[in-house]
Design a binder for this molecule. Sequence first.
Ligand SMILES: [Zn+2]
Length: 345
Amino acid sequence: MKQKRNTNHSIHKKKGTKRKRILTVNIILSLILILTICFLATRLSPNEQEAAVSGTDIFELADIPEYTGSPYIEINNNLPSFSDKDLVKEAFEHYSNLDDLGRCGAAFANVGPETMPEEERGPIGEVHPSGWQVANYHDLIEGNYLYNRCHLIAFSLTGENANEKNLITGTRYLNTEGMQPFELEVLEYVRTTGNHVLYRVTPVFKGDNLVASGVEMEALSVEDKGAGICFHIYAYNVQPGVIIDYRTGDNKPDPNYDGQEQVEERYEPAEEKTVQEAIPENSTEGTSEADNQGVTYILNTNTHKFHYPSCDSVVDIKEKNKVVSMESRDKIMEEGYQPCGRCKP
Ligand SMILES: [Zn+2]
């Protein structure tokens, strides 16, 4: 029956039916593809995504490459993910409640002269962060101990000392090589300028691990809109020479560790390079998302051009000429800036 009816149709009509059928097949295939992608996305790393979201919306642990010798890497093109409403001149401090595994979340502050401690640091030994263990590696680690009670926001910045919401189980290496260079940079800036710095540190846990894989650190100077301080990095919670079980904090010496080689690798970047230079150029960042996260454009105060944060030219702008803007395009043009010819913002 069907066949017979078909033969009666005109050629024109047949073509139409065929086209319709191809269209239908295409739609079905697209739907299957979309559903597969959604399924895979939720399947692959639900825990990583959950953990990462606590600090910002755009950071995912899955995007972070394995540790290969640098204590930290730049993420999101080194641009923090604060929003416009965060840019206030009053100091504040917020520490997340511990989750049901006893783990810290993001610590967020607007650091200024008024948040800095006047008293000496007291003892913190009574705090036992998630995954805490005492592990002595006196032959390998300066200071002997693998784990430090690691302040998310340094004591020197907000004076929060034995606050359990501000202390994680961090390696000596994370503490001194990963985080300290950035803490010192902010400390020095606030001391010399009296300005404020938005400062957020988010520990990143994979799944139900008790020890963080690393910390995400973001900072932006407020009064000068990032001219003084602007960074967004991920520091690895690793210790060269030690294998760590992040689920529990258990640890053992790495039998394959060649100490000499690693030590050189780990000290050079922190000592000789400034924060900006130390950032690898081919880092893994999701750049375009930065546009709706507060930072709108990057200004070059020398050439008076402005760029999208994701523009390749941004890395070439000298630090002293680079200003992070949260203004609208019109406002920036009113101030005498021209759009870059390359990224055409
Ligand atoms: Zn550009």
